[in-house]
Design a protein around this ligand. Structure first.
Ligand code: NAI
Length: 254
């Protein structure tokens, strides 16, 4: 990854930051995009590396002008985008479809699906001018299954799987690979929020129940997702495109 430029959305979050650190450790430069400006500044301060190797860009992935701007700023700063980790996402409240407001459903779809689409739209344009690139979208085990109370999240991640496969086919002739990671139960703020949704104020109660449904009986660490992103970004994955890689302690096999 020496000299490579990696653009990461949701870069101030758990999986985004762990991935940024791993790429920095491997010699890359990283551009972190997030809606949360304060968290971006904290992330930049916490990441170990040369400050010249990290740039942060505040953006809302649902707004096309913001997306165009984060692509432009990354290229202005680092001249190119070798790797795009299209990762920003939210979970949303646990509520059955009959009680789910359209606005809530739309918000989840807008960030998790439209944000991923817009990111690929503008990054693939840039990568085509370069003649190469690797994109990794963040799907989820929610891309394969149904889950009561999670209609927005489930629908949005199924859509990420479809966008990944379609972009992989559209970009195959341009030396651009497009894959996805499909994590589950990774120890980040999002998982804490899910636990609090399921057992309000007692995250450990639902946390234990979630672990019992994971063959490894533990949560995953964000670094364990980052390692798969690094592999997919690298030339070691040169014949891999259109794939979803599970990082879920065996949940999908169960
Ligand atoms: P996180 O909550 O730590 O990070 C998500 C980041 O996305 C936050 O920093 C947040 O500010 C940012 N974000 C939210 N809306 C945004 C917007 N409109 N524009 C720009 N940035 C925005 O959660 P985590 O776990 O790091 O999530 C990263 C990805 O991993 C998400 O796509 C999530 O759906 C996915 N995922 C997470 C799992 C888990 O168990 N933690 C399991 C499966 C998938």
């Amino acid at each position: 990854m020496e000299g490579k430029v990696v653009l990461i959305t949701g870069g101030a979050g758990g999986i985004g930051m762990a991935t940024a650190q791993l790429f920095l450790d491997n010699g890359a430069k990283v551009a972190l995009v997030d809606i949360n400006e304060a968290a971006l500044e904290q992330a930049k301060a916490a990441l170990k590396g040369t400050s010249d190797d990290v740039t942060v860009i505040q953006a809302d992935v649902t707004k096309e002008a913001d997306v165009e701007n984060y692509v432009k700023q990354t290229v202005d700063t680092f001249r190119k985008i070798d790797v795009f980790f299209n990762n920003a996402g939210i979970n949303g409240p646990a509520r059955e479809m009959t009680d789910l407001e359209k606005e809530t459903f739309d918000t989840i779809m807008s960030i998790n699906t439209t944000g991923v689409f817009l990111g690929m739209k503008h990054v693939i344009r840039q990568m085509k001018t370069q003649g190469y690139g690797s994109i990794i979208n963040t799907a989820s085990n929610a891309a394969y299954i149904g889950s009561p109370g999670m209609a927005g999240y489930i629908a949005s991640k199924h859509a990420v799987a479809g966008l990944t496969k379609t972009a992989a086919l559209e970009a195959a002739g341009s030396n651009i690979r497009v894959n996805a990671v499909a994590p589950a139960a990774i120890d980040t703020q999002m998982l804490v929020d899910i636990q609090n949704n399921l057992s309000p104020g007692q995250p450990d109660v639902s946390g234990e129940a979630i672990k019992q449904g994971i063959p490894f009986r533990r949560f995953g660490a964000p670094q364990e997702v980052a390692e798969i992103v690094l592999f997919l970004a690298s030339d070691k994955a040169s014949f891999v495109t259109g794939s979803l890689y599970n990082v879920d302690g065996g949940m999908q096999a169960d």
